[in-house]
Ligand binder design. Sequence first.
Ligand code: PGA
Length: 251
Amino acid sequence: MRRRIVAGNWKMNKDHREGARLAQELLDGLEGGDPVCEVVLFPPYTALPAVTEILAGSAVRVGAQDLYFEERGAYTGEISATMLSALGVSFALAGHSERRHVFGENDETVARKLRAALGAGLEPILCVGELLEEREAGNASRVVETQVRTSLEGLSADEFSRVVVAYEPVWAIGTGRTATPDDAAQIHTVIRGILGSIFDAEASSLTPILYGGSVKPSNARELLDAENVDGLLVGGASLEAESFLSIIFPA
Ligand code: PGA
């Protein structure tokens, strides 16, 4: 059976004290509940130690928002996958749209980061998604296909089994403009087909594909019910325990 995952990407929000508080509030809110999904938090680097410590022993796991693909050396300002795994981090985002569009990462960089994450035993969440002009030009599927193929082609079946994909249309991130469940289902189904053609149908059918972009408590249920949507990557609405819990336990 395919895993279901709800992830909270805090982006550049919450210092280590605020992050620890939010992690504790979430733990308290999850107590006694029985989420049907795995829950993963992506705090900023400086909050990773505190959040990881609070969540140790719980089912909630922690991920990094980014990493650098080299293991060590003269790369001022960067953090490697092995440093993250030494901290007890289990996941890493690769190719979030803000990394691609604010910091200029290309598909090749994303592919190297994804491989570095796998090499350190992390589960990478490969983020893909088209710009508004690409969608309006009718190129959404083609853009996503290139992103998926460049990052994943050449992985072994074992490596691929640890990859999660997140479809995040850039025009829906932080804009309040959500893809409809049909928009999401359409691209998720395209992605599943591409994964099947790179690997095989069974491996593809086991890969969780998350949707992200202006997810909130009011639209979480319908997005989770859409075909081939196996979970959510939540930005703004993961910054308060109450709203994130309402997404984990959608009405
Ligand atoms: P948003 O961000 O939910 O604030 O749109 C999603 C993301 O960037 O992962």
